[in-house]
Design a protein around this ligand. Structure first.
Ligand code: ADE
Length: 240
């Protein structure tokens, strides 16, 4: 998969693309990321990329012609999937990452300042928000998007942990433990210390239901519970 990012702040990506799992995925050529400086597409001798809004109002807007030129010069064809980061969209979900991870090519336009001239939306396939709050620009949201997509392409994690994720889709992760077996009087649950896979699976599912009930009860309202999940959730409630 090739992802091209159009940004006014290419330097923000240096650490992100050169560390940890993201670096490993890029080194393995499972994906290619190209970071493009939108300012290179300004025709103005001062390299201006923004201007004041018509009708007045605070702040500056990114110019549609500059952003569109950056886009046209960095896509292979008219069908290249184009995403615009914006707080004015439905917040991103794991299922969006799964869908986007299947694309061959994607361009992400990072909005900045007070926004972009509205006419850019004609060239955009999808707007992506990372949550109902406003950031200074689209760089962090684009990194969130890239991080979430690239980890799905990673063979290193895909097999087991992705299966686990789909098994508990729309539930929060169950609690996990490593050594020491006891810390400050807190012990690792007995069932996890013996090797009975079926008991462990059931216990982990029950704890995932419990975590979800406590932290994100809204997720349970939207989920069709299986017979087993209904039983385990009833146990959780009766033990609380
Ligand atoms: N730009 C500013 N805030 C944003 C958000 N929450 N999501 C995506 N893009 C943004």
């Amino acid at each position: 998969m090739k992802i091209t990012v159009l940004t006014l702040f290419p330097q923000m990506y240096e650490g992100f693309l050169n560390a940890s799992i993201i670096k490993r995925i890029l080194d393995k050529k499972l994906a290619e990321i190209k970071v493009v400086d939108i300012r290179d597409y300004s025709l103005d001798k001062h390299r201006h990329v923004d201007d004041t809004p018509y009708g007045g109002g605070a702040g500056m807007l990114m110019k549609v012609d500059v952003v569109h030129r950056a886009l046209l010069n960095n896509i292979s064809n008219d069908y290249t999937y184009t995403v615009l980061t914006s707080p004015k969209a439905r917040p991103l979900k794991q299922s969006d990452l799964e869908r986007l991870s299947k694309l061959d090519e994607m361009v992400i336009i990072c909005g900045h300042y007070e926004g972009i001239d509205y006419r850019i939306e004609r060239y955009v396939d999808e707007k992506v928000s990372i949550g109902d709050y406003v950031l200074t620009g689209g760089e962090l949201p684009s990194m969130v998007l890239i991080d979430g997509i690239l980890r799905l392409l990673d063979e290193g994690i895909s097999a087991d942990s992705l299966k686990e994720e789909s098994f508990t889709a729309d539930l929060l992760e169950y609690p996990q433990y490593t050594r020491p077996v006891e810390y400050n009087g807190d012990s690792v649950p007995e069932v996890l210390q013996n090797g009975n896979h079926e008991l462990i699976r059931k216990y982990n599912l029950k704890m995932a239901l419990k975590e979800t009930l406590i932290n994100r009860p809204d997720l349970l309202e939207n989920r069709q519970l299986s017979e087993e999940e209904r039983k385990l959730l009833a146990e959780v409630v009766s033990e609380m």
